[in-house]
Structure formats: C-alpha cells, structure tokens
Design a protein around this ligand. Sequence first.
Ligand code: GTP
Ligand code: MG
Length: 201
Amino acid sequence: MNVNHAVFKLSAFAPEQFIRDGLPQAVFVGRSNVGKSSVINTLTGRKALARVGSAPGKTRSANYFLIDNRLYFVDLPGYGYAKVSKSVTENWGAMMETYFRNRRRLLKVVLLADIRHTPTAQDIQMYEYMRHYGLDGVVAATKADKISKNEQREKIRTIRETLGLSPADRVIPVSALKRSGTEELLAEIDAVLRGGALPEG
Ligand code: GTP
Ligand code: MG
C-alpha cells in the first residue's frame, strides 16, 4: 500500500461527530506520548499532518485523515495521562467505547506501545478489549531508534508476553525518526481495504 494523498478531514469531539461513511478506518491507539501522531505523519510521508508532542493529554478529539480517498487514519487521544481530570478521563472512555462498538467491520486497530517499556495495565486492557470484540489488530512498537536491534528483539518478546499475543499476532518495530517499519505497517493496514467499502449500520 502506498499513500499518495493525505488530507485532514475533521476532529470529532463527541460520538455524534464520528465519521460513518462506509470507508474503512485504521485507528491508532495507545498511551499518551507513545508516538501515535508521529507514526501517522511517517506513514503519510508528511511532516505535520498530525500534531506531534504539543501538550500531552490535551487533545481529546478523534482526528480523521482521509488517505487517497479510500480509507481514514484516525488519531485517537492517548490514554494514561495522569494530569487530566477524572471527568475528562470518563468522557474519553465513553467516546472510545462508542467508537469501537459502532465500528466492528472495516476497522484495523493499530495498538502502539513504546518499544522500551513493558505494556501498562491500560495497554493490556486495550488489547483484551480488541480480542474480546474480535477486532483486527496489530501492535506497533514505537521509537525503535532508541535501542539496538538486539534490545529490540528482547523488548518485543516482553511486549508479546505481557499482552499475551499468540504466534500469529504481529509486533512491528517502527521509528518515526528513522522512518523504519512503515512498509510493514502499511501492509498490515492494507488488509482492511480488502474487505471493500460496505455501508455500516
Ligand atoms: P498524544 O497525542 O499526547 O497522545 O501523543 P502521541 O502518541 O501522538 O505522541 P507524539 O507523536 O506526539 O510523540 C510524542 C513524542 O515522542 C514527541 O516528542 C515525538 O517527537 C517523540 N517521538 C515520536 N515517535 C518517535 C520515534 O520514532 N523516535 C523518537 N526518537 N522519538 C519519537
Ligand atoms: Mg498525538
């Protein structure tokens, strides 16, 4: 899969604003600061399509980017940022819940985990959630440039064990800095396109 044309579509601040036009969506989820926006920029070959590293935990919208008029990349707000208030956290949870409940088909979930760290309880919960609902997911281990190839192998093993992945589940090391892992990740995302664009209920 190649990305030729990527354009920002809209920011949804409430579930009523979610896009339901039948096009497939690849959604990027993970802890705040893990590198979601950076990965989207890397995959689209754009420097500042998605906003990187502003105030963590501040963006509470789902941001939609239309890719070559055939699918969306969705940049979801990160979870696990300690400094946001309880009401913001609850609102976030409700929003995510609605997003995933209404979107079982034509969805690829890219769960991002910092390659250097053991996945948190929330990462595990997120993965469990994906598994429970039978969502099509892939794990991207971000900031791979920060450690050596040997360390990467070791850390990926830790990620696999912590999330309880089966041998068929893929973990793809990516680096926004080095622009590595993008082809592998795009190939995974491409799978969702093969489902074709069906209208959703
Ligand atoms: P939120 O929107 O707050 O949830 O964060 P995010 O997950 O979108 O992370 P973002 O892309 O904003 O990146 C967070 C920080 O990590 C920024 O300072 C980035 O420059 C840095 N970063 C992201 N990806 C990489 C990477 O591959 N390598 C390195 N070295 N730094 C990275
Ligand atoms: Mg972001």
